[in-house]
Design a protein around this ligand. Structure first.
Ligand code: ADP
Length: 888
């Protein structure tokens, strides 16, 4: 590069359309237009000493902005920074760029003098047109004073714009210039180092940075970037070295930033690409290895199927997101990896759960529901009425948050089947969840997935089984939940039954909320008392007390026998159980409050009949074969089915079977002998009480258990000893205290009751008393055995037997007052079942008798007692010893 250039006063001008040549830059151009060819030819090619030419940017009107500095033709005296504008006429435009259409162009008023470094001439073949290729080097800026035409091209009177050496030296002293130079150098160095890293070719530019004056270098740097025409022009116009440096710093810095951003993006894209490519590669390899090993399991297909299942599970969006996250995690795992299986099972559960799927609820027809309940259940009028009320409320207000129905009663009274009838009436699915023996909260809420072998709680499991989100869910035996160190299931159940909370039930295993609000809950319990009060508070208790023998008979005839026959593939053509025999089964083989054992015994009869039917059918089919060989005609007819069996009946077919023509009906009519043969010897008889109370010291009590009311004998005996009381029969504290009270009361009344000769006589002198409650394996507790204990003791000391037909219940105070007790209805029903004829009750229990079925009451004598003496009066034949005494 020339150090300094002597500019002539006039220069031939080569216009650059929308382009700028800056000093220090090189450019290679191809000249084809008439004007430019002429210019190159005359000014460069034909001259021996190659001269300079001026490069002047010209702009289309479209490229112009109002701020552009432009040159007006012929007005060259404008030397300031201000600009003026003159349109060049059409012919000029034509000559400049060879375009024929008229257009407006603008000359810039500053240009750069350039010298040709290389020239080559060419001739286009068919046309013979001459073209030049010129390599130009920009040297220095000039100002156009006046533009004129010389032949085909323009020349201009110019004035130099570069500073002289002395001027330049002065500027270099300027501290502002120094600062700007430093800034520019720093930025330029940074750019070079970035470029070096990228292309490893920064070395040459570095040398330039060290050798060239910075104001010149500024032009070179800027010329090497791609930038807008505006920016190039403004660089060209920056005559002042300070302005030039600051502009160049700005442009270089911008370029640097853009390189950096581009680099960052490239890196990111490359990183992503390589990661996914790597994964793809590894997967390919894994597949190849698996194929080699013959280990071609279809886990991936399974996952695809799982994903599809998840998609169709209609999960709420937040749960869907959660499931997706888990699935992505699963996809990255190997099947052998720990946690793979548990993660998969978990996702399967999410996919299987009915998030939205519900059974279509039919329009509730109360009449049909009532018919349905009636046809399924005998009796239970009040219960059915209450269920209909419940359904009616639901019909009027489907989202009613009424209390949860809770059927309370002994086993086998129809609690479960009533609940399933509610489901049928509502057209919903039914699911039963057994809570009996649940002591761990995790049984309700599930285990957290961090535990090995964790699973969801019973509710979520039940919902998965039933497959709809709005079933009728039976919480069976809700009174049998207990709490221990593993938490309190009842508190979890509270959340389930609370309409405010069960919208987002939180199962620990599931770990996402599940909406239970569409589920209709029904609960069952044997007794209401063990149910924790807060839970009981959320429920409406409906009691089912148990059936009388008469009711059981009706239930058996109308419901149980048809059902049992059907379950065993029989009909009344095969087995008939007469009413009298059902009665016997009820009396001798079952003594329960419900009908479950009755159903079981009937099923035993049905099984026996089924065996006989099956045996006989086999016998007939053998004879078929015999006949088959006999005639080809028969052969054909036999092939049509059992219709031909009639013709092959063996000897000894009775009339009944013949009348049925096509089938052999080995009708079995149950009689007493058969009952004993199939069911065994009778388990109960009415003689039991009489036999047991035959010896003094035994009395008959009535107690209440989870199986309903029961008859409970109390036995007392005396032996040689020193006044101790022994109690056996798995007794609780309350009952033990009752025994103490009873003994104290009897000892205190010994003389009055004629049990001792005088008041001072100690009944326990030289003897121990032992009281036993038979059925020793069954735990017993409660205060209601008080009167029974006293009666047994009085019987023992007086050596008088208690009446065998009389049973009693009641709590007694130390002063001998009889207090009321619970479960009267069940107890009376139990007495009735046992064939007891007289029942002694506390007087204050009179009100409870309204609940007892009239048919039962009419067959019993109810005796009310206010004080213990009343009980004794009723319990012994001919009244109590004390009363006898007073009569005397
Ligand atoms: P629970 O749930 O109270 O233990 P279930 O509902 O299982 O009793 O009833 C036992 C069996 O007795 C069922 O087959 C049921 O249909 C039948 N059952 C009970 N009560 C009646 C009744 N009143 N009418 C007809 N069948 C009954």
């Amino acid at each position: 590069m020339a150090e300094s250039v002597e500019l002539p006063g006039r220069l031939a001008i080569l216009p650059f359309r929308n382009k700028v040549l800056l000093p220090g830059a090189f450019i290679r151009i191809r000249c084809t237009s008439h004007t430019s060819v002429k210019l190159v030819e005359q000014e460069l090619w034909q001259r021996e000493e190659k001269g300079l030419i001026g490069i002047l940017p010209v702009r289309d009107a479209a490229e112009m902005t109002s701020m552009d500095s432009v040159l007006s033709q012929g007005v060259g005296s404008d030397s300031g920074e201000r600009s003026s504008k003159v349109q060049i006429n059409t012919s000029d435009a034509h000559t400049v760029d060879g375009k024929s259409h008229p257009e407006v162009i603008h000359w810039h008023k500053r240009g750069v003098a350039a010298r040709a470094l290389h020239l080559s001439r060419g001739v286009e073949k068919p046309s013979g047109r001459v073209t030049y290729i010129v390599v130009l080097e920009g040297l220095c800026r000039f100002n156009v004073e006046e533009l004129s035409t010389r032949g085909p091209y323009y020349t201009a009177k110019i004035s130099p714009l570069e500073m002289t050496k002395a001027e330049m030296e002065q500027v270099e002293q300027d501290p502002e210039f120094v600062t700007l130079s430093r800034q520019f150098k720093a930025t330029a160095t940074e750019l070079i180092s970035v470029l070096e890293q990228k292309q490893k070719t920064g070395g040459r530019i570095k040398v330039l940075l060290e050798t060239l004056p910075l104001h010149k270098l500024a032009d070179i740097f800027v010329a090497s970037f791609e930038m807008s025409l505006e920016e190039q022009l403004s660089m060209l116009d920056s005559v002042d070295p300070k302005v030039r440096l600051s502009k160049a710093t700005e442009l270089v810095d911008r370029h640097l930033q853009s390189i950096r951003v581009a680099e960052k993006i490239t890196q990111k894209v490359e990183g992503q690409l390589s990661k996914s490519q790597k994964e793809f590669l590894l997967r390919q390899q894994m597949r190849a290895i698996k194929e080699e090993l013959g280990d071609n399991d279809d886990d991936e297909d399974d996952l695809v199927a799982l994903e599809r299942k998840m998609q169709s599970a209609e999960m709420p969006s937040n749960i869907w997101k959660h499931a997706q996250r888990e699935l992505r995690r699963l996809k990255k795992m190997q099947p052998q990896q720990p946690g793979y299986n548990s993660s998969r099972v978990y996702l399967e559960l999410l996919a299987d759960l009915p998030w939205q799927k519900a059974s279509e609820e039919q329009e509730l027809d109360l009449k049909a529901a009532k018919d349905h309940l009636d046809s399924d259940h005998y009796g239970l009028v009040k219960v059915k009425q209450r269920i209909i009320e419940y359904l009616a409320v639901r019909k009027l207000k489907p989202d009613a948050r009424g209390p949860v129905l809770c059927f309370v009663g002994p086993p086998g009274v129809g609690k479960t089947s009533l609940a399933s009838s509610i489901a049928a009436a509502l057209g919903r699915k039914f699911v039963r969840i057994s809570l009996g023996g649940v002591k761990d909260e995790a049984d309700i809420r599930g285990h957290r997935r961090t535990y090995i072998g964790s699973m969801p709680g019973r509710l979520i499991d039940g919902l998965k089984r039933v497959g709809v989100c709005n079933p009728v869910m039976l919480l069976d035996e809700i009174d049998k939940t207990g709490s221990d160190v593993r938490g309190d299931p009842a508190s979890a159940l509270l959340e389930v039954l609370d309409p405010e909370q069960n919208k987002s039930f939180n199962d620990h295993y599931l770990n996402v909320p599940y909406d239970l609000s569409k589920v209709i809950f029904v609960a069952t319990a044997n007794r209401a008392q063990p149910i924790p009060p807060p839970l009981l508070d959320r429920m409406e208790v409906i009691e089912l007390p148990g059936y009388t023998a008469e009711e059981k008979l009706r239930i058996a005839m109308q419901h149980l026998i048809p059902r049992v026959l059907d379950q065993h593939g029989l009909s009344s053509e095969y087995l008939q159980i007469p009413e009298a025999m059902v009665k016997l089964v009820i009396q001798r083989y079952t003594r329960e409050a419900g009908v479950r054992n009755l159903e079981r015994n009937l099923a035993a009869l049905a099984r026996a009949a089924a065996v006989r039917v099956a045996e006989q059918e086999q016998a007939v089919s053998v004879s078929n074969d015999v006949q088959k060989l006999a005639s080809p005609l028969l052969d054909n007819r036999l092939a049509e089915g059992a219709e031909m069996e009639m013709e092959v009946l063996p000897m000894g077919v009775n009339n009944h079977e013949m009348s049925n023509t096509f089938k052999i009906s080995p009708l079995l009519v149950v009689d007493e002998a058969m009952l004993e043969k199939i069911l065994g010897p009778p388990r109960f008889d009415d003689q039991e009480a009489a036999d047991r109370v035959a010896t003094p010291g035994v009395s008959v009590g009535l107690v209440w258990t989870s199986f309903g009311g029961e008859v409970q004998f109390v036995e007392a005996t005396a032996m040689v000893g020193n006044g101790e009381l022994h109690l056996t029969g798995q007794l609780g504290d309350v009952i033990k205290e009752s025994a103490q009270i009873a003994l104290t009361w009897v000892r205190a009344r010994a003389a009055d009751l004629k049990l001792a000769a005088a008041k001072e006589t100690n009944l326990l002198q030289g003897r121990d008393i032992h009281i036993h409650f038979p059925a020793g394996a069954v735990p017993k507790d409660g205060p209601s055995a008080g009167v029974t204990l006293v009666t047994a003791l009085v019987s023992l000391f007086s050596q008088k037997s208690v009446r065998a037909d009389t049973a009693m219940t009641g709590e007694m105070t130390l002063r001998g007052i009889v207090l009321p007790v619970g479960g009267i209805k069940d107890k009376i029903l139990a007495a009735h079942r046992h064939g007891i004829k007289r029942v002694i009750l506390p007087e204050r229990n009179l009100k409870d008798l309204v609940e007892v079925p009239a048919s039962v009451l009419s067959s019993l004598e109810i005796l009310l007692a206010k004080r213990m003496e009343d009980v004794l009066e009723h319990a012994f034949d001919g009244g109590s010893p004390w009363r006898q005494h007073s009569k005397l």
